[in-house]
Design a protein. Sequence first.
Length: 206
Amino acid sequence: MKRPREGSNEGKTPALSDDQARLLLEAPPEKTLKGKRDRAILATLLYHGLRREELCRLQVKDCSQRRGLMHLRVHGKGGKIRFLPVHPRALMRIQDYLEAAGHGADPEAPLFQPVKNNRSGTLAKHLAPCSVHRNIVVKYAREMGLHFPGFSPHALRATAATNALDHGADIARVQEWLGHANISTTRLYDRRRSRPEESPTFKVEY
């Protein structure tokens, strides 16, 4: 077995800054159906740290009340299910999208659907994870000048986890929130001890 490298306790997936995340959230247009859907998708990823496969599996019934609060019922790896409270800003965008799309009354319908289908015309189907990657996350990141090597929907998951930890979330709760089997995976997103603004570089004076 190879010995782990020094400094390998931090993940390689890039995370966005708070300003960059806000920029990405506002990238899709507000008035079109596609824009409403994409704004809801980006908010769902950035506020809940979902994997793109988990996002694509969501049905309308998976966004429902639980203990008086709206929750997402997330189907994770290995058939595991976790319930996540829906962030108010994400909920507002999801509801706006469902109202415009018109399938919010069908509990079995995919939550996020295509807005056009040139092949069969069928819209009542789940989005493909590769489409979320290419046509939503990377597309808007490039438009906002945020695209860089290694950028993918997983970067939004890293951003959500890093942001939650930076703002005082308990790492064990973040582990459950992300659906990690091992807390060592969650620690890869904990960058509180490597904040660039706290580097000794900025303590040097001549």
